[in-house]
Every structure is written in C-alpha cells, then in structure tokens.
Design a protein around this ligand. Sequence first.
Ligand SMILES: NC(=O)c1ccc[n+]([C@@H]2O[C@H](COP(=O)([O-])OP(=O)(O)OC[C@H]3O[C@@H](n4cnc5c(N)ncnc54)[C@H](OP(=O)(O)O)[C@@H]3O)[C@@H](O)[C@H]2O)c1
Length: 437
Amino acid sequence: MKPERGPLRVALLGCGVVGSEVVRLLREQADDLAARVGTPLELAGVAVRRPERVRAGVDPALVTTDAQGLVTRDDVDIVVEVIGGIEPARTLMLEAMKTGKSVVTANKALLAEDGATLFAAAREYGADLYYEAAVAGAIPLLRPLRESLVGDHVHRVLGIVNGTTNYILDQMDSGGAGFNEALEEAQALGYAEADPTADVEGFDAAAKAAILAQLAFHTPVTAADVHREGITEVSAADVAGAKGMDCVVKLLAICERVPSEGGRNGRGVSVRVYPAMIPRTHPLASVREAYNAVFVEAESAGSLMFYGAGAGGAPTASAVLGDLVAVARNVVGGTPGPVEVTYAKLPVLPMGETVTRYYIHLDVTDEAGVLATVAEEFARHEVSIQAVRQVGLGEEAQLVVVTHRAPDAALSAVVEGLRGLDSVREVASVMRVEGEE
Ligand SMILES: NC(=O)c1ccc[n+]([C@@H]2O[C@H](COP(=O)([O-])OP(=O)(O)OC[C@H]3O[C@@H](n4cnc5c(N)ncnc54)[C@H](OP(=O)(O)O)[C@@H]3O)[C@@H](O)[C@H]2O)c1
C-alpha cells in the first residue's frame, strides 16, 4: 500500500478576476477537492503586483510580490499561473517546471506566442502543463481535443471564441446598432475593456485559434501564423445584408485541414479569424450575447458542439480547478498527464490559398449590360457565381452576388477588379460566407 501523503501545496501567481475566484473555490470546496484528489490542496502563497490591496478571503500572510521565490520554493508542488501576458509569466512557468512542479495556466497569449518552449520544458522536466482555461473559459474543449478526440481525425474547428465581439455583433444584429454604439454599450455593461483592441481587432480570438489548431491537427501553430481580421469595419449595412441572406455575422475562428490528393493529413492547415456570414440555421448562429461555442468536425465522431460561458472569473476558475484536480491526481498517482505532440508538422497555408465563399454588395449604375460586365469580372478570375440578386431600380440599383467556393486570392482579385469598373459606383460590402458547403 502507498504511504499516505501530505497535502499538495499550490502556488497561485496572480489574484485578479480569475485568481480571486480560484482562491474562493479552493476554500469553499476544500473537503470535496481533497476527497476527489485523495489529499488536501493547500495554498502555499499568492503572488501579486500590489500587495497592499485588500483581497477578500485571502490570508494576507500568504500574499507576496516575490513570484520567483514562490515558484522555486521546496514546499510547493503545483503552480497556477493567472497573471497573463508574456513576461514574467513565461519565466515563472519555466522556472516552476525546471524545479519539478506541474503548471496550470489560463494564459492564451503566451501559449499562442511561445507554447513550444513551454511544452518542451514540460517534456524535459516531466512536468504537467494544463491550460483548459486558455480557450473558451468554462467550456471543456481542450481536454476533449487533447484526450477524447485524440484517436480521431479532426477536419475542422469552427468557433465563436470571443464573448466581447459576439456581444457587439449580436447587438448590431438584434437592435440595428452601429459598431461604435454597440461597443459603447458592451463597455458600459462590462463586456468590453476600456481598451478593446485585443478583442475587436481579433488578437484574442487569433491566439485561441492557434491553440485550437495545434491541438486539433498535432501541428505547430502560433498566433503569428493566423490570418486575422477584426470587427471594427463591420457596418450596419453588412449586418443588414446578412439578414437579407438569412444569415448572421459572427467573428469566427476557423481551423481547417486543407485536403490534398492522396495524403490523409491534407496539404496543410488554414487558420483564420474574421467576421463572416453564417446561415441562421447553423448551430453557431444561435449563440447570442457574450456566449462562446465551438463546432468540431471529426471523421468518426461527426459534428460536435461545445457551448457555454467563455470568460468571467468564476467560469474560468472552474476550468482552472478542473486542471488543478487533474494535475494533483497525476502527482498523487505518480503518473504524468499527456504531453503535446506536434508530429504532423503540416504547413499553415497563406490566406490566399484558403477556399471560401464571398458575399459582395455592389452599388451599380443604371444602364444596360451592367450585369454582364460584373459577371465577366468573376469569370476572368475563375470564380463561379452561386446567386445574383438585384435590389432596387434605376439610380437605386444594387447587386448582391454570392459566389461558390474559390481561393481567397481569386476572390480578392475579383473585388479589386469590380472597384475599377465604371459601372460599379461602390463596392458597398464584402464578406466571407462560412458554415455551409
Ligand atoms: N478574465 C477572464 O474572464 C479570463 C478568461 C479566460 C482566460 N483568462 C486569462 O487568465 C489570466 C488572468 O486574467 P485576469 O482577468 O484574472 O487578469 P487580472 O484581473 O488583470 O489579474 C492579474 C493578476 O496578476 C497579478 N500580477 C500582474 N503582474 C504581476 C507580476 N509581475 N507579478 C505577480 N503578479 C502579477 C495582478 O496583481 P494585482 O492584483 O496586484 O494587480 C493580478 O492579481 C490571463 O492570462 C487571461 O488571459 C481570463
């Protein structure tokens, strides 16, 4: 029989929105967590930047500004990193693993920028590195990809992984608000930060897309590999255009295996974030307000949908605690968890090679032959048209064109060409269409 072991000691790095909820859950659920792990989890210390701040429920004796000293202490078994950002988080996590501690983190920015260094350290030092909270907050998504689906062949991951932008686009769709008005409302309600750049420019979603693509396709992907477009250019006219097509505009993170003749793995992967129209009948279309949802398509499992709260202190802390219990069980059992493998080494293909569909709204002149001239521009770049609709007559004439799937570079060339036509007064709206073949 194994000897009884003492409590497992946890160092918490950061005690903000997420960290303070981790402390609360550790305290309120201490008995249940001890029973589930097989030994109590005990806070060894809490590293913060401003120690003078009053923190409800945190023993002041545990608070320190010496994060480096805390992670290397001999009486610490597991480190939970919820500081965020690149440094000092990276150095602290590497230091922790070097001294034999397993790490739980919610740090999407760091994992997407330099996950390879962290995974290499985890392998070298035999430490666990768990990061469920880094993507889609409370929603169990990374463990299903990392463990449940690891025997399957994932084709596509398509998701709404940023609650702030989903809230803004939802307001634009349901209330007819413009982007700025919807952003201000999101800020007033606490859904958007005072500086919303990371969310509205798609940086946050791009980091998550990189993490998802890496796990889904076992291939190295960083945030820099992700094609990224934010939602600041989405206009009320785009949203109205989508409505006219029975679609809704969503900021999507799309990770796709690009098929090749023969090879099962495909010739590469496409990883991208941009606002796109999806049909109202698609399951992602019904994801409202600040919720997140991710749709996974795998060869044998078929289509799976993961839905829930993608951020917030308590939901994110739930994911952190799940990882903490998993890591603690591994420590108690003496068996490390899964290590990341990126054996597939598939290239991340440039956006121009990505095959997608376009919706194009044109303001055209009132003369004969306009339709033929416009159609010729599509034909010139070998983009086939799925549907054309004329809206209005005479001076008010507008054309709405929806294409079949074509390489993005060809579609961009068509739009450039259309802008140069005398018969096209304005290319009023261009948006990709996703979620159907
Ligand atoms: N908030 C969410 O909904 C959410 C959702 C998913 C993932 N995440 C991720 O979770 C992590 C934490 O986010 P958060 O929202 O909890 O951030 P936060 O509220 O800004 O908290 C950050 C904490 O880190 C501490 N800190 C900052 N710099 C430090 C340093 N150099 N040394 C020691 N402590 C330092 C801060 O100390 P002070 O308290 O003294 O300022 C604060 O306690 C990030 O990686 C974020 O991306 C957050």
